[in-house]
Design a protein. Structure first.
Length: 231
């Protein structure tokens, strides 16, 4: 899997209610946390701690950041603005939940809060398929309610743009069934499939991966047929 880059997609976060001050509590303003390498994406709100407390935030028991409570015992910021995290519960899948907690240096720990989380990602058929075969693409973590476009590029040029539908639900999911290689005309070689919300290609606001179109030989003849490999 060779992801390129995408910054803006990770910060499309909805708002949900967070418990008010009282007993120590923790929550997030994200209705579904988008996760992408090198993008901070876990906004946290914590209450009920002693003023100035040093706080440690954990997801699925693993530390995902730290912060300091203000004079009212409140914290409201990204857990760590310089790093990202990969929850154990999302390893091997793209949508799931994490258990979020906060604790201070005196051992006060909040009850765990279940938070939806999604990897910003898209998937296609595994292995090798015929380019004209209809397959299902699955998209995860895009901006809810916004249309998604596939830009197919080669040699620094966009060869085609395709409508993949609108992202749905808190975690921004979409599916599209179409030909593995939807271009009318193509040649063997390496292509880039980029997914994003812009009608015109924008590398900084899209996520991409490579697709190989190759030629295979029939053992019973000298004819060649094209095949596609989803890397």
């Amino acid at each position: 899997m060779k992801f390129r880059s995408s910054a803006a997609l990770a910060l499309a976060l909805g708002a949900v209610a967070v418990p008010s001050a009282g007993a120590a509590t923790v929550g997030t303003t994200a209705s579904c946390v988008r996760i992408f390498p090198n993008i901070p994406s876990l906004p946290i709100a914590a209450d009920g701690f002693a003023p100035g407390s040093f706080l440690t935030f954990k997801a699925d028991g693993a530390t995902v950041g730290t912060g300091t409570a203000d004079g009212a015992g409140h914290f409201d910021n990204f857990a760590d603005p310089n790093t990202w995290f990969q929850p154990q519960s999302l390893q091997g899948k793209n949508v799931g939940t994490i258990q979020l907690t906060a604790e201070d240096a005196t051992g006060v720990v909040t009850p765990p809060v279940t938070v939806k989380a999604v990897n910003i990602n898209f998937t296609g058929p595994p292995g090798v398929v015929k380019p004209r075969k209809r397959v299902k693409f699955r998209l995860f973590g895009f901006q809810t309610g916004k249309r998604i476009y596939l830009h197919i590029r080669r040699g620094g040029k966009t060869k085609g743009r395709f409508n993949m539908g609108k992202a749905r639900g808190a975690c921004g999911l979409a599916t599209k069934k179409m030909r593995f290689m939807p271009l009318r005309s193509y040649k063997p070689g390496t292509y880039e499939y980029w997914m994003g919300h812009s009608k015109t290609f924008d590398r900084n606001r899209s996520i991409g991966r490579e697709v190989s179109i190759m030629r295979t030989f029939h053992s019973a003849s000298t004819q060649t047929t094209a095949a596609g490999a989803w890397d």
